[in-house]
Ligand binder design. Structure first.
Ligand SMILES: Nc1ncnc2c1ncn2[C@@H]1O[C@H](COP(=O)(O)OP(=O)(O)OP(=O)(O)O)[C@@H](O)[C@H]1O
Length: 250
């Protein structure tokens, strides 16, 4: 690994909620992130796409503060919230306690944490499952609980690592609608890692294409919301993105 300084700062601007500057990361002799610069604006939805192994999750981990051996600068506003493809709920805690957990460890009093958990569960449409054990939830319900847990502390930046990748197509569509309504209501910025080109075009303002650990391209999706997946503009943005990924459809 070359000499490099790791700098973590807290963003105090209102315009940007997450930023990487000149970030490099190595696993042994494998250069997995190469001079990454990216920024997520306040209230902006940025998607990261790229082939398997291109470095998407690693970028998300750097922004989340889960990497300690990269060089370059990583800055976020406040404490970012993270949700993964597997909901990672504690099986021995109720849904409500899972959601309140993050606030509890931040020192919020139990009663206030539970009230915030109930409000957030209501927002994600899961309040009737608040006393359930995670093991009894469907995949979509578990992902709603995971989103509630991420959002309960009102983050300014939400980091999502293929959160809907394991869901069936219909549940995925309803999760897209839920995410957008939460985003409209709260205005957090989102970095969304996905393999799904339609998902990226449906949700993002900008899609960043990664190739071998470097930013290879960027596609603006300048379409009004709600987005009509059958509209010509949607098909054009999708085609542009597939082209940037080097994928040909037959
Ligand atoms: N803990 C680790 N040790 C060694 N190499 C790793 C480790 N984690 C990731 N890598 C390597 O770093 C590269 C980037 O991995 P990363 O998980 O960021 O890719 P990705 O684009 O998210 O892939 P996928 O789409 O398959 O999830 C890959 O080549 C991977 O093998």
């Amino acid at each position: 690994m070359p000499d490099g300084k790791r700098i973590m700062t807290t963003l105090d601007t209102t315009a940007t909620v997450g930023r990487l500057r000149g970030v490099d990361k190595w696993y042994g002799s494998h250069h997995v992130l190469r001079d990454i610069d990216l920024a997520i604006g306040a209230g902006e939805i940025v998607s990261l796409v790229g082939r398997s192994g291109s470095g998407k999750s690693t970028i998300l981990r750097v922004l989340a503060g889960l990497s300690d051996d990269h060089s370059g600068e990583s800055s976020v506003a406040g404490s970012p919230a993270v949700a993964f493809q597997e909901p990672r709920l504690f099986p021995w805690r109720s849904v409500r306690d899972n959601v309140a957990y993050g606030l509890n460890i931040e020192g919020v009093r139990r009663r206030a944490a539970l009230a915030a958990a109930d409000r957030t569960l209501d927002e994600v449409g899961l309040v009737d499952k608040k006393d359930a054990w995670p093991g009894t939830l469907s995949g979509g319900q578990a992902q709603r609980a995971s989103l509630a847990r991420a959002l309960v502390a009102e983050p300014r930046l939400l980091l999502l690592d293929e959160p809907f990748g394991a869901l069936d197509a219909l549940t995925r569509l309803s999760m897209h609608a839920l995410l957008l309504s939460l985003w409209r209501e709260h205005g957090f910025g989102i970095l969304l890692v996905t393999h799904d080109v339609d998902e990226a075009v449906a949700l993002a303002d900008r899609v960043i294409v990664l190739e071998d650990g470097a930013v290879a391209d960027e596609v603006e999706v300048d379409l009004p919301r709600p987005r009509d997946r059958s509209a010509l503009g949607f098909a054009r943005a999708r085609a542009r993105l597939l082209d940037a990924l080097g994928v040909r459809e037959h």
